[in-house]
Design a protein around this ligand. Structure first.
Ligand SMILES: [Zn+2]
Length: 495
């Protein structure tokens, strides 16, 4: 017997008494094997990384719905278990033509080397363009209404380049240019801009300037030479109307009704995102981002808890709402859609526990056995309930020194928190080897540990749903103020 097994046993025995009798059997039903079953399917190559939108994502949604159906849960969507989002996907224009008049020559990059992010067709003939470098500090001298070409340095990391790009866009937002062109030679921005853009037709489209990326070394070199010499350059750019198609995205939602005649109209939410980032467009070897830990693990735990609680002979006082969100990796799109179409009024939603990264224990900071971090730990008293549940199940529920605060805004819980719902994410690890890599495979997960933390979460949810007292944002914490105010606003608008 390993040392840690002895520790597990003593921990389990000394605290077993704290788990209410009627819930004990339900928690014991949560099994490592069952969790492995869910994760291995959701993170299989067959689902091709569950990009939003994709066939793999649809299959994952069907799987989650089928598990809810098998458990006999009440559907909570507008189409059975599906909360449908009829959205539009904006893709690349069919035609893009670019030419640059340099010293004694004209450069015409191939269409396959260009990408356009624009709402409509565009045409810039012989435009004089201002050439800048995509440097650490954005340079924007009097560029309103102009065509700006930014030279992308070839030796910076993707991360740093995206940071600089975000900074430049922010700086340009006040005096938007007519067009921002990125001249690069490694395809970082052309790959990004080529990605389909998801648009909710019910939301007013965001006003922003068009961006074009050109991945062509001689094009970038010519622009850069002109910039250094202070020479004028003339650019000609044209693209046709971007192609649009309709798509139906879906959150997957089910409810267990509470037993209390009044409190059953309020709900505790348990959520996780079932999308991931899809596949690499090209390259040798493994191209599938399986997203086992991120976040098939969260979805698997949610399914397992739903199946378990559905069997409780006596339901808790409040209702429990399970939602698997689409599009987290594309900017919490599913969670944002949910808060515009909530199943329970947001003011009657007493808490959300959002599940992320529950499977891997091999954190970049070392092994994380029987540990569960809560984001935004001190912002509300939800973490206290989870901590109690952890003591009863032998799991340390804690505030991560470095990540609990920044990660509060890095997942779907934030969309709910912004509307005033005490909403937090819980994770075993934040960063782990294979994070957003092709190696995030189902067989690297510690399922015994995952079962232990899943029991902790299940008990926490049960206690929140059983308590007559609803969780609240911390009145003494100034960082909780915007969420407290959102809660008060939501309550006022209900009256
Ligand atoms: Zn995630």
């Amino acid at each position: 017997m390993h040392r840690w097994s002895v520790l597990f046993l003593t921990a389990a025995l000394s605290v077993a008494a704290e788990i209410p009798q009627q819930w004990q059997a339900a928690l014991e039903r949560i099994s490592a094997r069952s969790l492995a079953g869910h994760v291995s399917f959701l993170a299989s190559d067959a689902l091709e990384g569950r990009d939003t939108p994709s066939k793999g994502l649809e299959v994952a949604a069907e799987y989650i719905a089928s598990r809810f159906r098998a458990a006999g849960l009440e559907p909570a969507g507008d189409d059975g278990y599906f909360q449908t989002a009829p959205w539009i996907v904006r893709e690349q224009p069919r035609r893009t033509v670019i030419s640059l008049r340099g010293v004694g020559k004209v450069i015409r990059p191939a269409a396959a080397q260009t990408a356009v992010a624009a709402d409509e067709a565009g045409r810039f003939d012989q435009s004089r363009c201002k050439v800048v470098e995509l440097g650490p500090r954005p340079v924007t001298p009097g560029l309103a209404g102009a065509v700006i070409a930014a030279i992308v340095p070839a030796n910076e990391s993707r991360r740093e380049l995206f940071r600089r790009y975000a900074r430049l866009r922010r700086a340009l937002a006040k005096n938007p240019p007519a067009l921002l062109l990125l001249a690069e030679q490694k395809g970082v921005f052309s790959n990004r801009l080529r990605r389909p853009r998801l648009i909710d037709p019910a939301e007013p489209p965001r006003e922003e300037f068009p961006a074009v990326a050109v991945n062509d070394a001689s094009f970038a070199a010519e622009l850069d030479a002109a910039r250094r010499a202070g020479r004028r350059v003339e650019l000609s750019i044209q693209w046709s109307e971007p192609h649009r198609r309709q798509v139906t995205l879906q959150n997957v939602a089910a409810v267990i009704r509470g037993r209390d005649p009044e409190l059953r109209d309020t709900a505790v939410m348990l959520t996780a995102h079932y999308d991931h980032i899809g596949m690499k467009a090209q390259g040798e070897g493994d191209r599938i981002f399986n997203g086992a830990n991120d976040d098939a693990s969260g979805v698997a735990a949610m399914i397992e808890i739903a199946e378990t609680l559905a069997r409780l002979p006596q339901k808790p006082r409040r209702s429990i709402l399970f939602v698997a969100f689409f599009g987290e990796e594309r900017g919490s799109l599913g969670a944002k859609h949910y808060v515009r179409h909530p199943v329970f009024p947001l003011v009657a939603t007493v808490a959300d526990i959002n599940l992320e990264h529950l499977g891997r224990t091999d954190s970049n900071e070392g092994p994380q056995l029987r540990r569960l971090a809560v984001t935004g730990f001190e912002l509300s008293n939800v973490a206290e309930t989870l901590q109690r549940a952890g003591r009863a199940t032998g799991v340390t529920v804690y505030r991560h020194e470095k990540y609990s605060e920044p990660f509060f805004s890095r997942s779907d819980n934030m969309a709910l928190a912004k509307k005033g719902v005490p909403a937090h994410s819980v994770s075993v690890t934040f960063f782990f080897p294979d994070y957003h890599g092709v190696g995030d495979h189902w067989d690297k997960i510690d399922y015994e540990n995952m079962a232990a933390v899943t029991r902790t979460i299940a008990l926490g949810v049960l206690e929140l749903a059983e308590s007559r007292e609803a969780p609240r944002w911390n009145p003494e914490n100034t960082k909780a103020e915007p969420y407290r105010e959102a809660r008060e606003e939501a309550a006022a608008s209900e009256r």
